[in-house]
Design a protein around this ligand. Structure first.
Ligand code: ZN
Length: 161
Protein backbone atom coordinates (compact mmCIF):
# COMPACT_ATOMS: atom_id res chain seq x y z
CA UNK A 1 0.00 0.00 0.00
CA UNK A 2 1.47 3.37 -0.96
CA UNK A 3 2.02 5.97 1.70
CA UNK A 4 -0.31 8.30 -0.19
CA UNK A 5 -3.12 5.77 0.03
CA UNK A 6 -2.49 5.28 3.75
CA UNK A 7 -2.63 9.04 4.17
CA UNK A 8 -6.01 9.21 2.39
CA UNK A 9 -7.36 6.33 4.49
CA UNK A 10 -6.23 8.05 7.68
CA UNK A 11 -8.08 11.21 6.66
CA UNK A 12 -11.22 9.23 5.85
CA UNK A 13 -11.11 7.51 9.22
CA UNK A 14 -10.77 10.83 10.98
CA UNK A 15 -13.85 12.13 9.23
CA UNK A 16 -15.89 8.97 9.74
CA UNK A 17 -17.71 10.09 12.93
CA UNK A 18 -18.55 13.37 11.23
CA UNK A 19 -19.91 11.57 8.17
CA UNK A 20 -22.01 9.31 10.37
CA UNK A 21 -23.42 12.31 12.20
CA UNK A 22 -24.32 13.95 8.91
CA UNK A 23 -26.05 10.80 7.65
CA UNK A 24 -28.17 10.47 10.78
CA UNK A 25 -31.67 11.94 10.59
CA UNK A 26 -32.23 14.61 13.20
CA UNK A 27 -35.53 13.42 14.76
CA UNK A 28 -35.72 10.85 17.57
CA UNK A 29 -33.75 8.08 15.83
CA UNK A 30 -31.08 8.49 18.51
CA UNK A 31 -33.61 7.60 21.21
CA UNK A 32 -31.62 4.48 22.11
CA UNK A 33 -28.72 6.61 23.21
CA UNK A 34 -30.80 8.61 25.73
CA UNK A 35 -29.57 8.27 29.30
CA UNK A 36 -31.57 7.29 32.37
CA UNK A 37 -32.07 10.93 33.41
CA UNK A 38 -34.00 11.48 30.17
CA UNK A 39 -36.26 8.48 30.79
CA UNK A 40 -36.76 9.24 34.48
CA UNK A 41 -38.07 12.69 33.58
CA UNK A 42 -40.17 11.46 30.65
CA UNK A 43 -41.89 8.39 32.10
CA UNK A 44 -44.31 7.93 35.03
CA UNK A 45 -42.54 6.04 37.91
CA UNK A 46 -44.35 2.71 37.29
CA UNK A 47 -43.56 2.78 33.58
CA UNK A 48 -39.94 3.70 34.33
CA UNK A 49 -39.60 0.82 36.79
CA UNK A 50 -40.79 -1.72 34.23
CA UNK A 51 -39.57 -0.30 30.91
CA UNK A 52 -36.14 0.87 32.06
CA UNK A 53 -35.40 -1.20 35.17
CA UNK A 54 -36.86 -4.41 33.70
CA UNK A 55 -39.47 -4.73 36.42
CA UNK A 56 -42.65 -6.80 36.25
CA UNK A 57 -46.11 -5.68 37.23
CA UNK A 58 -48.06 -7.93 39.57
CA UNK A 59 -50.04 -10.62 37.75
CA UNK A 60 -53.73 -9.82 37.14
CA UNK A 61 -53.24 -6.13 38.02
CA UNK A 62 -52.27 -4.65 34.65
CA UNK A 63 -54.59 -2.23 32.91
CA UNK A 64 -54.71 -4.22 29.65
CA UNK A 65 -54.99 -7.78 30.94
CA UNK A 66 -58.70 -7.94 30.16
CA UNK A 67 -58.66 -5.31 27.43
CA UNK A 68 -60.66 -6.47 24.42
CA UNK A 69 -61.08 -3.24 22.45
CA UNK A 70 -59.83 -3.74 18.88
CA UNK A 71 -56.77 -1.70 18.00
CA UNK A 72 -53.02 -1.42 18.15
CA UNK A 73 -50.83 -1.30 21.22
CA UNK A 74 -47.92 1.15 21.25
CA UNK A 75 -44.74 1.39 23.33
CA UNK A 76 -45.48 3.47 26.43
CA UNK A 77 -41.94 4.90 26.31
CA UNK A 78 -41.57 5.90 22.64
CA UNK A 79 -45.00 5.32 20.98
CA UNK A 80 -43.69 2.77 18.45
CA UNK A 81 -46.44 0.35 17.28
CA UNK A 82 -45.80 -3.08 18.85
CA UNK A 83 -48.82 -5.39 19.04
CA UNK A 84 -52.39 -5.72 17.76
CA UNK A 85 -55.61 -6.79 19.44
CA UNK A 86 -55.88 -9.31 16.59
CA UNK A 87 -53.15 -11.47 18.14
CA UNK A 88 -54.11 -10.85 21.79
CA UNK A 89 -55.43 -13.88 23.64
CA UNK A 90 -56.29 -14.85 27.18
CA UNK A 91 -53.41 -16.99 28.38
CA UNK A 92 -54.64 -17.13 31.97
CA UNK A 93 -51.16 -15.96 33.03
CA UNK A 94 -52.24 -12.61 34.48
CA UNK A 95 -50.46 -10.51 31.85
CA UNK A 96 -51.57 -9.31 28.42
CA UNK A 97 -50.53 -12.04 25.98
CA UNK A 98 -50.02 -11.90 22.24
CA UNK A 99 -49.32 -14.72 19.79
CA UNK A 100 -47.23 -12.42 17.60
CA UNK A 101 -45.72 -8.95 17.35
CA UNK A 102 -47.24 -6.44 14.95
CA UNK A 103 -44.10 -6.67 12.85
CA UNK A 104 -40.98 -8.83 13.40
CA UNK A 105 -38.97 -5.60 13.35
CA UNK A 106 -41.05 -3.96 16.08
CA UNK A 107 -39.48 -5.98 18.88
CA UNK A 108 -36.05 -7.23 19.81
CA UNK A 109 -35.47 -10.58 21.50
CA UNK A 110 -32.66 -11.09 23.97
CA UNK A 111 -31.53 -14.01 26.12
CA UNK A 112 -32.23 -13.24 29.78
CA UNK A 113 -30.61 -15.34 32.50
CA UNK A 114 -31.71 -13.21 35.47
CA UNK A 115 -33.51 -14.66 38.52
CA UNK A 116 -31.95 -18.10 37.93
CA UNK A 117 -33.99 -18.72 34.77
CA UNK A 118 -33.21 -18.73 31.08
CA UNK A 119 -35.86 -16.74 29.32
CA UNK A 120 -36.26 -14.64 26.21
CA UNK A 121 -36.67 -10.97 26.99
CA UNK A 122 -38.84 -8.86 24.66
CA UNK A 123 -37.74 -5.27 24.12
CA UNK A 124 -39.02 -2.39 22.01
CA UNK A 125 -36.70 -2.29 19.02
CA UNK A 126 -36.97 1.46 18.69
CA UNK A 127 -36.14 2.61 22.22
CA UNK A 128 -34.92 -0.52 24.02
CA UNK A 129 -37.74 -0.47 26.61
CA UNK A 130 -38.30 -3.76 28.45
CA UNK A 131 -41.72 -5.12 27.48
CA UNK A 132 -41.86 -8.62 28.94
CA UNK A 133 -40.86 -12.15 27.94
CA UNK A 134 -41.52 -14.56 25.10
CA UNK A 135 -42.57 -18.14 25.89
CA UNK A 136 -43.14 -20.89 23.36
CA UNK A 137 -46.06 -22.49 25.14
CA UNK A 138 -49.13 -20.91 23.62
CA UNK A 139 -52.05 -22.87 22.16
CA UNK A 140 -52.21 -20.38 19.28
CA UNK A 141 -51.05 -21.25 15.71
CA UNK A 142 -47.68 -19.53 16.26
CA UNK A 143 -47.06 -21.37 19.53
CA UNK A 144 -45.71 -18.10 20.88
CA UNK A 145 -46.81 -16.19 23.97
CA UNK A 146 -45.52 -12.66 24.21
CA UNK A 147 -46.14 -12.03 27.90
CA UNK A 148 -46.17 -8.25 28.11
CA UNK A 149 -46.53 -5.79 30.99
CA UNK A 150 -49.51 -3.45 30.59
CA UNK A 151 -47.31 -0.59 31.81
CA UNK A 152 -45.09 -1.00 28.74
CA UNK A 153 -48.10 -0.57 26.44
CA UNK A 154 -50.56 2.13 25.42
CA UNK A 155 -53.69 1.04 23.56
CA UNK A 156 -54.52 3.29 20.62
CA UNK A 157 -57.75 4.38 22.35
CA UNK A 158 -55.57 5.80 25.17
CA UNK A 159 -53.03 7.53 22.94
CA UNK A 160 -52.87 11.29 23.50
CA UNK A 161 -54.84 12.90 20.67
ZN1 ZN B 1 -40.20 1.99 22.65
Amino acid sequence: MSSKLIHILAILLCFNPLMEALAMPTDDTDIRTKDETFWKEKLPPEVYRIAREKGTEKAFTGKYYHEATPGKYYCSACNAPLFSSETKFDSGSGWPSFSDALDPNAVELKKDTSHGMTRTEVLCKKCGAHLGHLFEDSPTPTGNRYCINSASLVHEKDMPK
